[in-house]
Design a protein around this ligand. Sequence first.
Ligand code: ADP
Ligand code: MG
Length: 460
Amino acid sequence: NGRWARAGAVLKELEEQCATPSEKVKEVADAMTKEMHAGLESEDGSMLKMLISFVDRLPTGDERGLFYALDLGGTNFRVLRVQLGGKEGRVVNQQCEEVSIPQDLMVGGSDELFDFIASALANFVASEDEDFHLPNGKQRELGFTFSFPVKQTSIASGTLIKWTKGFNVNGTVGKDVVGELTRALQRQGIDMQVTALVNDTVGTLAGGIYDDNDVVAAIILGTGTNAAYVERADAIKKWQGPLPNSGEMVINMEWGNFRSSYLPTTDYDHALDAESLNPGQQIYEKLISGMYLGEIVRRVLLRLAVEAALFGDNVPPQLEVPFVLQTPVMSAMHHDTSADLKVVGAKMQDFLGISNSSFKARKVVVQVCDIVAKRGARLAAAGIIGILKKLGRDRANMKRTVIAMDGGLYEHYTIFRESLLATLKEVLGEEASASVLVIMANDGSGIGASLLAASHSQYL
Ligand code: ADP
Ligand code: MG
């Protein structure tokens, strides 16, 4: 009858507008490569900031001693300590704690946020036991992973360009975030020096290379998305300083802000963007990352409820609440293999207040998840291919090329992950993709930040 025809039409339109055939993936990849060049050329040469990380030496394995790391960048922040034992000992001991950030602190004042972090760190330091050794008279040192766009001014300082991923804290933009943290540490009476400020992608890259020398880039696919890679210093036209001895520099792409006319977008995406905390920004991130995939699906389902009465004559009120449908729930529905799609039914009941959904409606929900997830995964693959092209690592018969991957979206959303990997193969071709390996660098950014804290220690 009429409503199924309308539902079919909405789905068909979604499918067409989200389509990412190989050709489209290649176009997006080429656009990414082009923007990478532009961003390296000059300051503000591209919407890709291509930020210079000041990391020009990557971990060698010789790092030794006790180091702390603090990771702020999503809904949780993590504190970590590691005892590094050089080439033989490697990571001798490590301890980690995760603290969730109260919602109000994500949109409150800067001091409140940094005081909260410093106080959690103070508790963590107080629990240090005999497994960790700080030589007499030395100060504890910390690598600060801060996964928001920062204009780095040295390895241990940088000013915040903007908040992303649902953070909108007053009074931090334009400030040195190490200064903000250091003052909060002092207010808490913690005697600790921040010796490295790194983006999570840069931390993941450092941790990845510590484990595997062939790592060339790190990608985050979690709440947000970003990428970092090792660039030839002389290819960075905008770099004013002396060329580093290593000849290399890690670039934090801030690729979440990528946009291109080749990106397949829909009215759902445009509305999501317009109503977001950061309209007009992070367009690529809003198509592929965990913070947004579920929300895109919610918007499609809402239209289906309104225009095609997908869930009965009334529009379920909960479906109108932004961000009620989170990506882990979307993922659970998408992976439902039961004959009657009972997981879909249960999730819609629990999260959207929709009871007694019909089997047909559940099938539509799964299709929407499929379209949205695969578009995201294929566009993420396009970005990776863009980096590989920039590095000349998209060809047959090349060196082993490893991508270090981190983030809950890639880790837990199996269909997303498999679609991404299949797209790499499809677009790079069998031969080139045979040399490309994506490895999971689970929380590599914490270890990476502590390794960079070690290699930039005040005592060297
Ligand atoms: P962050 O990106 O905040 O540092 P993570 O890397 O752990 O943290 O990623 C968390 C994000 O991963 C969540 O916001 C969510 O979007 C996504 N995620 C977590 N679990 C799942 C899941 N089971 N299925 C799909 N996405 C998930
Ligand atoms: Mg993270």
